[in-house]
Every structure is written in C-alpha cells, then in structure tokens.
Design a protein around this ligand. Sequence first.
Ligand code: SPV
Ligand code: MG
Length: 531
Amino acid sequence: MTTGTTEVRGDHGASGARQLRDLFARPGTVRIIGAHNPLGARLAERAGFDGVWSSGLEVSASQGVPDTDILTMSELLATASSLVAAVGVPVVADCDAGYGNAHNVMNMIRRYEAAGIAGVSIEDKRFPKVNSFIPGRQELAPIAEFCGKLRAAKAAQTTPDLMVIARIEALIAGWGMDEALRRGEAYAAAGADAVLIHAKGSSPEPVLRFLERWTLPTPVVVVPTTYHTITATELAEAGAKMVIYANHGLRAGIAAVTETFASILRDDRTTGIEDRIAPLATVFDLQGMPLQKRHEAEYITPYASRARAVVVPGLPTAPCADLLEEQSTALRRADIESVTVAVRGDRTRAPQDVTLLPAQADAAGAVLALDDAYLSRTVLLSGDAFVEGEPLRRLAAAGSDIAVLVDVSAGLGAERRSDALPLALDSVARDGRRIGGALGSEVLAAAGAEADVEFAGAAAFSAAGFTALREVAEKRRANDAEATLADLLTDLLVAGHRVHAVEIGSGWLELRTPEDISRATELLATPEGGQ
Ligand code: SPV
Ligand code: MG
C-alpha cells in the first residue's frame, strides 16, 4: 500500500475557494473524490486528487442513517470542516437541497464559508431530499424557488471565491433533457458558478448529450457513479470541467472491512490478512505523527531532562515533616517532576504528591533503596537541610554527571563546622591548597581543614553519576559504616570523580538542631520565606 507523501499538510495556504477557482481556470479536468472523515480526505489528497467531496451519502452512511436529509446541517458542516482542517486541497461540500428554503441557504453559506469550504453544491430537490439513486419518489423544486435559493446563496457569500454549484436533478427525476437544460440555464442566470448535471443510468449518453447542448460559459460538473465506463478524459473532451467520484472510498472501505472481518473469524487469527491491511506505521503517518515528533523536539521539554528528587537522611536524621511540604513546593518550583522521601518523620503529614520510601538509617541506605528509575537526572537532598527553589533549579539544570550545591558566601579559608564536607574549588590537593583556577572554576575536590566552600545540602546526578554514587554507597554498606550525603560525595571526590560545583551565596538552611528547625519554620512562615 502506498500512501504518497509523509507530510500532513492540513493548511490551505491560499484559500480553498481560491485554489478551486484556479483549478477551474486551468486547462483539463478537475477530479475530486468523496470522503466522510479527515482520514479519507488525506487518502484522497495523497492519492493525488485535486480536491475532496464532502459527500452527503458517505457522511450519512458513516453515521448509519439514510441519505435523506436525516442529518442536520450542523452535522454535515462539522464533517466538512474537519476535512478542510485535514488537507491542503480544496473541499467541495454536498449541501443537499440547502437544508430548507432560501433563509436556510443564506445561513448555510455563511457557515460553510467561515469553515473554509471551497465550494458548495445545492440540488434542486424539494427538502427533505432523497439520495438520487434510491428508486421511487424524487421530487423537484420549482425552478423559480430554486433560483431564489441560488440568488440568496450568492448574496450571502462574503468572499468572492466561494463557488456555488447548482445541481440539476431533472434526469434523476425523469423529467427529460429539455427540462434539465432549461433548469441549467435558469440556474446559470441566477448566478451559479457551475452546474452539476446528475444522471443515474449505466450509459454516459444522457450526460454527453447534455454537454453537447450546453452552450453557456458556466462550467459543468458530472458524477459518473453509474456510468463509470467513461474516463474523466473523455468527459473532459465532451466539455465537463469537474468530475466527482462521489462514494468510492466508502464503498472500498465497506468491501475491504467486510472481507477482513470474515477472514479473521474464519481463520481464528489475523495472520492471513496482515499483508492486506495497512501497517500501523501507515496509520501513524496518516495521523500526522511525524509532524508531531518534529514539533515535540521543538516545543516539548524532554521528559528525561526533568529531574526527580529524593530526600535522604542527614545526620542526625531529624524528622522533617514540618518542613517537608515547603521543601516539596520548592522542588516543584524547580521543575522537578517527582519527590521521593526516604527519611523518618511523621509520614501521615507528608504532602500527598510525594512518594514515601521506607525510612532509611542513612543516605547510603537510601541510595541503595532507589531503583533504576532514578538512573536519570536525580537530585538528592539531605534531610538536614532546606533548599529553596532557585538553587534547586540551577542544580537540576547542571549538565554534569555529578553536581553539588555549594555555599561560597563565607569566603576562602572560612571556619567550617568540624563535620562539614571539606570542599575546595578547583583543587586537587588534599590539604586545601588550591592549585590553579580561581573561585568560579566550578570544579570541586576533597580538601583538608581549610575548605573554600560549604556543602549546601543537595547534589544532582546523571545516570552515570548515580551509578558511581551507588558504588560508593555499596562500599560504605560493605564496611557497615553509616554515611551522609556529604560522606558519599567525599567518597566520590576521593575516588577521582569530577564534581561540578553550583555556587550559591544563600537560599538554603541547615536543619540540624531543634533551634535550626524552629528558625527555619519561622522564616518559611513569613511571606518572603521559601521563595
Ligand atoms: C453524494 O455523494 O452524497 C451525492 C452524490 O450527492 S450521489 O450520491 O450520487 O447523489
Ligand atoms: Mg448527496
């Protein structure tokens, strides 16, 4: 099965009506084909048809009702405009008998025009109409009445290009060729942009005779449904300008689906029909998936670039339920997509959107409790710190495998707590001596007593960084030693991993003592707190 181009256009550039006018102005025949949904319209466009016929018969059949004006204008308009939205070729809408009298026609024209329909066909039947191929009652409207509808249609249109096609049903109703010509001439005089001569016999003769006797410049449209042996080229040579293949997509679909369904039940499996049905790739293509993929790359933040956060135990593993909600809000503000908590505390008061892991004794235990889902960008937060949204956003956005939030506000050589993570910027020496680089070079090393910077309670890991973190956590576990996040980071530095420093001067609080916690709670309760 070929599907033509892979591009889904869905826009007209020039208006559909302008395109249709251009097609009529071009030498040769204009060939359009029926559809009842956007998928059918796309198949028509891809096959190379000049336009799409929004067929009343197809739309009614697709809704399981007869083509006898059962569906309302709104329903048919909704379908026609969905076709317009799906393709770049013009859509000509079958508007039956205009859904009522001239007032209905005027409303119809305004609505169809607004939907971007290129042309409308109105037939000279009495409302409600009966499909032309149904034997029996086929009632024609008086000529004057139908001319009134055509004049109303032309008066109602607000753009010059919309084509109003007057459909002559005299041959269908058995009123003869003279009546058909008389009607056609009256409709052209009333302002029709084209006339459609409909016929239902198996011979093209009546249509060819009509074309022979048609002398007006108004173009003629034909629908060779029953007289199908004649080619479009022959019809064009006889003077027809547009050929409508009104219902062949619908009928092809019915035949193929019927055969496929029967075959599945007969064979008790689908193997026999697999090579006769369209592959899923074709379905996706017709839906416009390739275009959506391109848009996704352009407009959608890749899911993988968004980080997850885990609150791991600090030392001491202070219950942090009071501040957890604030921390969770700060994390969300940093565009972190999920928050997991692996610390002790009053879990009944944990925010609803956080995932609770069994409380771990230390950070190493928490790291080892995390599954492979965390092998993407993961931010670990020490339970003994509160970090605001902005520093977290910068940390999560750091592209390196391991990034650590460091506070540089105290300056070089500042006194640090004895248990502070000994970090030096851009240093490879263990004694705190800096070799090369200056503050701002943003690479950390494990240092001695004279640390440059202070660990601000949070670190971010790529999949590779997280794998390295697991390794050091496993080593600590093997030695039965408890480890904080700071310990694990030191291990990573000592093991020679390159650690990126995200420098901040504020935006975090320690939560080590009851005093720290009450101070933080107080601060965050003020309106500017926790921003
Ligand atoms: C349609 O497709 O609905 C038409 C053409 O009006 S026909 O069914 O031939 O009347
Ligand atoms: Mg119809």
